[in-house]
Design a protein around this ligand. Structure first.
Ligand code: TXA
Ligand code: MG
Length: 333
């Protein structure tokens, strides 16, 4: 992790106070922040990201006092989850405090809130002394930035300050849990697994039901680089059954060894699924920068952190390579 200087944190806090936007590192991905209680600055986030106005933002807090400004109350389940995971990559949906601007919550009565586990983010929040509303610092629909350079690529000329904290530790966004009721409802899988949440809550995590709030950002095609993304199972790679790998403009992001022709771009992310998660968004962006037009991306088992990885991959991809070697559409809009 790169250390951010105290003077750059002070300058960033000053800019936020004046109604500006700041890109800052967190343990998950980089965020594009504004003072949460400055509706004009919050609206600027939507313009800069080209984000649909109906997609609410996560509010970041550093302590109990800041939390109290954002939520109406903290029910017992939420308290238990905060004690277990904060600071950390868990976002809670709670009833919003009356003063939270509608621009932050897209007019909903609930608010998403989390305490990031990153020294620069916490120091920025403490120096400002107020909550910061921040989505991921990418242009809407693109992979979340896990380095300062990624944020710069998407937002060049649109933000004045980017705090560089080096590559993000998790590389995937926070898990989002509706914590208003008796059971935690998982709205977005993330860096913290459903099993970990179940363990610490003492109650099984529920899937979203009909009354659950939508996480609008989780509905859309998302996380996509400009190249066409095709998901491939490890067995297909091992057997050399992925047609198109050797074609010009092809790319491959993988964990397993593969047989066949070498694609123009290849990135192997070795080790555990968590390491794949950490390097994934970066690999998608690097493939795009290398000029790949069709990118094959290896799938991982759909459990634990792999569930969050597959959630992001399905949204990034339009196509799935099936065992008979034919590609078929996933039908994502
Ligand atoms: O790790 C993260 O969560 C990063 C870092 C910067 O904190 N932030 C992030 O923000 O991923 P963003 O805006 O890219 O994703 C926020 C998600 C969206 O899917 C949004 O729809 C959902 O949170 N969300 C926000 N407020 C909500 C609410 N009141 N109810 C349901 N979903 C909400
Ligand atoms: Mg995002």
């Amino acid at each position: 992790m790169r250390k951010t200087s105290a003077s750059s944190i002070r300058a960033a806090a000053e800019l936020l106070r004046a109604g500006g936007l700041v890109v800052f590192p967190t343990e998950t991905v980089y965020g594009l922040g504004a003072r949460a209680f400055d509706p004009a600055a919050v609206r600027r986030i939507f313009r800069v990201k080209e984000r649909p106005a109906d997609n609410p933002l996560i509010v970041h807090v550093a302590d109990e006092k800041q939390l109290a400004r954002v939520v109406r109350r903290v029910p017992p389940l939420a308290r238990r989850l905060m004690n277990a995971f904060w600071p950390g990559p868990l976002t809670l949906i709670l009833e919003k405090a009356p003063d939270v601007p509608p621009a932050v919550t897209a007019g909903q009565r609930t608010v998403a809130v989390r305490m990031p586990d990153h020294p620069a983010a916490l120091s920025l929040l403490r120096t400002l002394g107020e909550p910061i509303a921040a989505p991921s610092a990418n242009r809407s629909g693109r992979p979340s930035p896990t380095t300062a350079a990624h944020a710069l690529k998407d937002l060049r000329g649109r933000v004045a300050v980017i705090l560089d904290g080096g590559p993000c530790r998790n590389g995937l966004e926070s898990a989002i849990v509706d914590a208003r009721g008796r059971r935690p409802v998982l709205l977005r899988p993330g860096a913290i697994t459903a099993a970990a949440i179940t363990n610490r809550a003492g109650i099984p995590v529920a899937a979203p039901g009909r009354d659950s709030p939508a996480a609008p950002g989780a509905r859309r095609r998302h996380y996509a680089p400009s190249c066409r993304v095709i998901l491939v199972a490890p067995a297909l790679l091992r057997r050399g059954r992925v047609t198109g790998l050797g074609l010009p403009g092809s790319g491959l992001v993988h964990r397993s060894p593969w047989k066949g022709r070498r694609p123009a771009f290849a990135r192997r992310l070795r080790g555990a699924v968590a390491a794949y998660a950490r390097g994934l968004f970066s690999a998608l962006r690097d493939a795009e920068s290398a000029g790949a037009s069709t990118l094959f991306v290896e799938t991982v088992p759909d459990r634990g952190v792999g569930r969050a990885v597959m959630d992001r991959l399905r949204r990034a991809a339009l196509l799935l390579e099936s065992p008979d070697g034919r590609t078929r559409g996933l039908g994502l809009g």
